[in-house]
Ligand binder design. Structure first.
Ligand SMILES: *Cc1c(COP(=O)(O)O)cnc(C)c1O
Length: 409
């Protein structure tokens, strides 16, 4: 974009997110020979570090050129055979697109509609799996964070439901807008394919599919009959074990990913999650208490710590808020997608972000809403958020984090 305005253009979309200077600098390097003998010094420790981000000891990481969508495809074609059955709940544009991909790749897709603003229901998963006595369902899919509606599903609860049903299906989790921002535990939750991309919590440009797969997924891979080529795991495994790739890797991105892991570990993963929660709570105070508007997410159980979707009052147009924010205040807010287009706008609050940056998002969104004829009290958003942040930034943060994902819907 041509810069015609001084100062910072604020990015309040749920990806791509802000790229920290350290990561920009890490990418700014001359070309390197991808077969040079020092490449494994970069890649072997990098695989270990990425696994740590997924909280996995036993998993295998794959880094493909592509994006989150490519990681979805890789998970499917490497573990499944034609017409096998998959269970997926649809409650937003991303879970919709994932279900659509299963269909287009020739899988028997049991897609269950859920109200947008809710997520994957553990109790229904348990019931469905208990009824599947012949174990026809091979994969259960969960979009951990539905970016279109600002809804987080509780993967731990879903794992418990699968265990309660004593069902052997693989568990696939789309963590594109949650991994590295919201707690995720690959091994503890026995996730089989965890899928992410580079441009959200990892704070990188888009262009990389990042995934971690379990030993159980690798066993399924040995029997999987779907055709695959570029995204095949066997080709990666054959070369990755020595620190190389079956084709030319994007080395600047790999160096940037290493810097991203360094930054996440320096802050500490738990601190990263707490920071996301704290910023998100402040944004929610602005929306619910300051502006007295509704979130698309129906209940605290579903609240997302990386993105909030705000419902504009009946008769008002969220698109006008977006265009005013962009043109007048140099702020990119997230659009409402498909079913909620024009009805919601989104504030992405993930990645390289702090409270004062989020304050700019709140202020910009508030001014754009008032310009668009939405009746919110000037200054009310920031008043609510800043009170919360002043308090929660005290050292006794512990007392503020007890209400995450607690109430059952
Ligand atoms: C962004 C996103 C995707 C798509 O990822 P791309 O990198 O755009 O391919 C998939 N799922 C979720 C939940 C997302 O937020």
């Amino acid at each position: 974009m041509t810069r015609t305005h001084p100062g910072r253009f604020h990015i309040a979309i749920p990806g791509p997110t802000n790229i920290p200077e350290r990561i920009l600098n890490a990418m700014h390097i001359s070309s390197e020979d991808q077969r040079n003998p020092e490449i494994p010094n970069l890649t072997i420790p990098l695989y270990k570090d990425v696994k740590k981000v997924f909280k996995s000891e036993n998993g295998t990481v794959f880094l493909f050129p592509g994006s989150g969508t490519g990681a979805w495809e890789s998970a499917i074609i490497n573990t499944m055979s034609p017409n096998e059955k998959v269970l997926i709940y649809r409650y937003g544009q991303f879970s919709h697109l994932w279900a659509d991909m299963f269909k287009r790749l020739g899988l028997d897709t049991e897609m269950v509609e859920r109200e947008w603003g809710t997520g994957t229901p553990p109790d229904e998963v348990e019931k469905t799996l208990k009824n599947d006595t012949h174990h026809e369902i091979k994969v259960v899919c969960v979009t951990q964070n539905e970016t279109a509606t600002g809804v987080t599903s509780n993967v731990e609860d879903i794992r418990k439901a699968m265990d309660a049903a004593n069902h052997p299906a693989l568990l696939f989790v789309d963590g594109v807008s949650s991994i590295a921002s919201i707690d995720f535990r690959m091994d503890e939750w026995k996730v089989d394919c965890a899928i992410s991309g580079s441009q959200k919590g990892f704070m990188l440009p888009s262009g990389m599919a990042i995934m971690c797969v379990s030993e159980k997924a690798l066993a399924a891979h040995k029997k999987a009959q779907l055709k695959r080529c570029y995204y095949s795991w066997e080709d990666q495994i054959a070369t990755n074990k020595d620190g190389y790739f079956p084709y030319t890797p994007q080395i600047p991105m790999l160096r940037a990913l290493q810097e991203s892991c360094n930054m996440l570990f320096e802050e500490g993963l738990e601190n990263v999650f707490n920071r996301h929660h704290r910023i998100a709570e402040g944004v929610r105070k602005a929306i619910l208490e300051g502006w007295e508007l509704n979130l698309c997410a129906k209940d605290r159980y579903w609240y997302s710590d990386t993105v909030s979707a705000i419902v504009v009052p009946e008769g008002k147009d969220a698109k006008e808020v977006l265009s005013t924010a962009f043109n007048k205040y140099h702020l990119s807010l997230g659009a409402g997608l498909t079913q909620v287009a024009g009805k919601v706008f989104r504030i992405g609050h993930l990645g390289d972000l702090n409270e004062l940056q989020a304050s700019a998002f709140i202020n910009g969104a508030e001014m754009a809403m008032i310009d668009s004829g939405i009746n919110v009290k000037p200054g009310s958003g920031i008043a609510a958020a800043s009170e919360y942040w002043r308090e929660s930034l005290n050292t006794n943060y512990e007392k503020f984090k007890d209400n995450r994902n607690t109430k059952v819907a």
